[in-house]
Design a protein around this ligand. Structure first.
Ligand code: HEC
Length: 445
């Protein structure tokens, strides 16, 4: 907050000296500003959506003119945590250009002039229907979920049986948030082991409460949604395999509105219409897992404010990366995923300088990145387990281990990839081809 006062101070001084004197033409709401708001802000800042106020009209923008300039100059809004200096580029990146930031700054400094309504582009309209037409399969929980008015954000996983009697290749996935006011973002995955169903049965309310991920390791990922993200089909010949009998897991991140709200979100699946040769595979970069348990030996000492955790993985076959999903809990501070190719060239896949638990999701690459066989993926993240970290769920701080609870931590780089010389010719992936033993280890005794 302190920084903003500085900004207002500068605004005042410049306002007094007058922009006109500099000769630059002052932007107006109707000519420049509304175009920026339409493009970058209104997906969330309109009635019934996740942001707390609308930015549609001149009055709404003028009232907060200085704030709009400050939060965009700070890159606090729109919320987008991947660095635009390195990594990506990503689809639907919510990032303003330098010029757009400067325009908002000059407009605020000039006292937020309205300009002529005749300069204004038509208002935006939003389609609340499926963008890619009617899905082949729409899944939603059997009943809606009621979210309490107060408290921290909540992560809830809904287990949606597909009822599929044969495996399907999925070419596109879309989401319809039931109540966009409280649906902050959505991640989807699937489970063939019945593990999520057990968690659901143990929780009396619809779905089950999760703290970070899905509360279990899913069998594969199905992408994600956040406001402003548009469903796009996978490239021709590429699909995600959804085995017969799978449960789709819909992890919804809820943001409370101050009132009791109800939500009934759905996921729409589009099956491939042409032959699929390459399956989207989910892989994970995690910290080392010595010994027996295949669980990372993560331990973040209490009080440590910049604890480093690393992980690495080597790519076994020539591949293409299509999406990355960094995952940490409340103590996460920053996150970096790099690829070191066999020829020695290094490429940043994603860099997040200020991790925000409330804004995590799947980052889809604008174009798939080639990762030749032998490429080393290196993950490096830092955690703040000090009392100074306001997000720390433990006060005073305690030593933190690997785990699914909100007071545990994780450090995972989920990768969605295809393998270059895979030719499935629609055949199911070997993992799911043979009749699988779907029982959990404890059930096999
Ligand atoms: C993806 C959704 C989304 C987009 C896009 C978005 N906002 Fe926000 N905005 C929010 C939410 C949610 C909040 C409430 C605080 C929070 O959760 O961070 C917020 C809060 C704000 C605030 C209040 C400051 C604060 O920290 O509470 C300002 C000012 C703001 N947004 C301006 C903008 C502007 C300007 C743009 C476009 C350039 C924009 N926002 C784009 C979701 C969004």
């Amino acid at each position: 907050m302190r920084r903003w006062f500085g900004f207002h101070g500068i605004a005042l001084v410049i306002g007094m000296t007058g922009w006109a004197a500099s000769g630059a033409e002052v932007p107006t709401f109707h000519r420049e500003v509304v175009r920026i708001l339409q493009k970058h802000c209104q997906d969330c800042h309109r009635p019934g959506q996740v942001a707390p106020f609308s930015l549609l009209s001149y009055d709404q923008a003028r009232k907060r003119g200085a704030d709009l300039a400050a939060v965009t100059a700070d890159r606090k809004m729109p919320p987008w945590h991947a660095s635009s200096e390195e990594g990506g580029p990503f689809q639907d990146a919510r990032v303003l250009s330098q010029e757009e930031v400067a325009t908002l700054g000059r407009w605020a400094e000039a006292g937020c002039p309205e300009g002529n309504a005749s300069d204004s582009p038509p208002s935006r309209t939003w389609d609340s229907e499926w963008l890619l037409g009617a899905p082949d399969l729409v899944l939603k929980a059997s009943e809606s979920y009621s979210l309490d008015a107060e408290g921290r954000d909540e992560l809830r996983v809904f287990v949606l049986p597909t009822g599929l009697t044969e495996g399907k290749w999925v070419a596109a996935v879309d989401f319809l948030p039931g109540n966009p006011k409280i649906v902050h973002h959505v991640l989807a995955a699937f489970d063939v082991r019945g593990a999520a169903k057990k968690l659901d049965e143990a929780d009396p309310k619809p779905g089950y409460k999760a703290f970070g991920g899905f509360g279990m390791i899913p069998s594969g990922g199905l992408g994600g949604w956040s406001p402003g993200k548009f469903a796009r089909p996978l490239p021709d010949g590429v699909g995600r395999y959804l085995p017969a009998g799978s449960d789709v897991l819909l992890q919804v991140h809820y943001h409370r509105s101050g009132k009791v709200e109800s939500d009934h979100s759905s996921i729409g699946l589009y099956f491939a219409k042409s032959k699929v040769d390459k399956q989207v595979r989910t892989s994970r970069v995690i910290p080392p897992t010595p010994g027996f348990f295949r669980r990372p030996t993560l331990l973040i000492p209490a009080g440590e404010s910049n604890y480093e955790i690393k992980g690495t993985q080597t790519i076994a076959e020539d591949s293409h990366l299509i999406s990355v999903t960094p995952h940490m809990h409340w103590l996460g501070k920053n996150f970096l995923l790099k690829a070191i190719r066999p020829d020695g060239s290094t490429l940043t896949l994603i860099r997040i300088d200020q991790w925000d638990f409330n804004w995590q999701g799947a980052y889809d690459l604008a174009t798939p990145i080639p990762l030749p066989k032998g490429t080393r993926i290196e993950m490096k993240a830092h955690f703040d387990n000090s009392a100074e970290n306001p997000a720390n769920p433990s006060s005073p701080p305690v030593a933190v281990h690997w785990g699914e609870q909100t007071t545990d931590e994780m450090c995972i780089g989920f990768l969605q990839m295809t393998v270059d010389n895979e030719h499935r010719d629609n055949r199911p992936p070997p993992r799911f081809a043979a009749p699988t033993d779907n029982r959990l280890p404890e059930e096999k005794k």
